[in-house]
Design a protein around this ligand. Structure first.
Ligand SMILES: Nc1ncnc2c1ncn2[C@@H]1O[C@H](COP(=O)(O)OP(=O)(O)O)[C@@H](O)[C@H]1O
Ligand SMILES: [Mg+2]
Length: 366
């Protein structure tokens, strides 16, 4: 997959940034706060339909505008098409393919994003790891996304009952929400296991390549429900239901659902030790990079397409071996956008286009 044209309008500090990117490597340089990350965000927004760093997508609209619009010309399987996304001040988003209005979920494209914030995947709270599962790894499993949505809706209602309206007469209502939670929660769990089954072996392979077999990565799912020994859907459901019975009094007292997939976590072990607690910054970064490379492989295997790779302020922070390894992947035909404030960037990279961003304006240097 390749972006042939990018046209960013009224998106953060980019008033009108239009360019034809290099088919492989694009280096975007510039001083701090000029609009490099904003451009990465605009590309991501166009391809996925949401901003990965705004609390509300409306934040991307330029302060002096009442809309933001990003248009790309995308080449996929030798077919070119134009994709535009527009967001208005009232938060309404519309997406068009060749000027025909589409649903966002029907036009999402493969993109792998790596930012300094991704270290949160290791260092941060379990939310970051669940987001990785739900939003990054699970991005293309439509059924999974729907299931997570439905689970969250039931969770919301169940929590509302526990917190605000629960009294002695509510136990039947709570039972009803509990049954739905168990049913949807089990689906979420089963699908998460499938996603992990696909991604973990690839991440482990990349990790051993990067560490030249000197370190061994393990990734485990930590469930808030004791599911050890549950072999099928039926057994999982019954374990989840029983566990909820055990914590019922506690939940009524606390006013929220204390166990379920929304409280689960992932743990990363390097040579048997939790990398969150014992890993160096370098080891943590290597685990994150293994996961990102695994996503790339997963997309290639599943869709036969290279994703677009967006590296915001991370490439030049990697050591030379890892830079080489990434370049090797890129050279196989993965269009990549790298931001940096290192102005000598292109001297070590051969075939690429280099740009500078100053105050939301992009110009080609070489
Ligand atoms: N909605 C917005 N409208 C206009 N400017 C914005 C908006 N959101 C952020 N900015 C500006 O964008 C700049 C930061 O751009 P960014 O891409 O994060 O910088 P960097 O080049 O360091 O990656 C800041 O100066 C900020 O004021
Ligand atoms: Mg930045």
């Amino acid at each position: 997959m390749q972006l042939l044209e990018i046209d960013v309008n009224m998106f953060r500090n980019h008033i009108n940034t239009k360019f034809k990117p290099h088919s492989l490597l694009n280096i975007i340089t510039g001083k701090n706060a000029q609009g490099k990350t904003n451009l990465i965000e605009a590309i991501f927004f166009n391809l996925t339909g949401y901003s990965y760093r705004a609390n509300s997508d409306k934040e991307v609209i330029n302060w002096n505008s009442d809309y933001a619009k990003v248009t790309t010309v995308i080449s996929k399987n030798n077919i070119d098409y134009k994709q535009s996304i527009v967001i208005n001040k009232d938060g309404k988003k519309s997406i068009f393919v060749n000027n025909v209005k589409k649903k966002i979920r029907d036009v999402r494209s493969c993109v792998v994003l790596f930012t300094p914030n991704d270290l949160e995947l290791i260092k941060g709270s379990s939310t970051a790891r669940r987001n990785f599962l739900d939003k990054e790894a699970g991005f293309f499993f439509d059924k999974y996304q729907d299931c997570v949505c439905q689970y969250n809706r039931v969770l919301y209602h169940r929590n509302h009952l526990l917190k605000n309206t629960y009294d002695k007469k509510s136990h039947l209502e709570l039972d009803a929400w509990t049954n739905q939670l168990v049913s949807l929660g089990t689906d979420v769990l089963l699908q998460r296991f499938e996603i992990l089954k696909a991604i973990i072996p690839i991440a482990i392979k990349w990790h051993s390549i990067m560490t030249k077999d000197s370190e061994k990565l393990e990734i485990h799912y930590l469930s808030s429900v004791e599911i050890e020994g549950a072999l099928n859907e039926f057994e999982l459901k019954s374990k989840f239901l029983n566990a909820l019975k055990h914590v019922r009094e506690k939940e009524i007292k606390k006013g929220y659902t204390v166990i379920g997939p929304h409280r689960d976590d992932l743990i990363f072990l390097v040579n048997g030790k939790d990398v969150k607690i014992f890993g160096s910054q370098g080891q943590q970064r290597t685990v994150v990079l293994s996961l990102k490379l695994a996503l790339i492989s997963l997309y290639k295997n599943n869709y036969g397409l290279s994703p677009i790779l967006l590296l915001d302020d991370v490439f030049f922070e990697l050591d030379e071996d890892r830079q080489e390894m990434l370049l090797c992947q890129i050279e196989k035909g993965m269009q990549t956008f790298i931001t940096t404030n290192n102005f000598k960037a292109s001297s070590i990279l051969k075939d690429c286009s280099e740009y500078i961003v100053e105050n939301g304006r992009l110009s080609l240097i070489s």
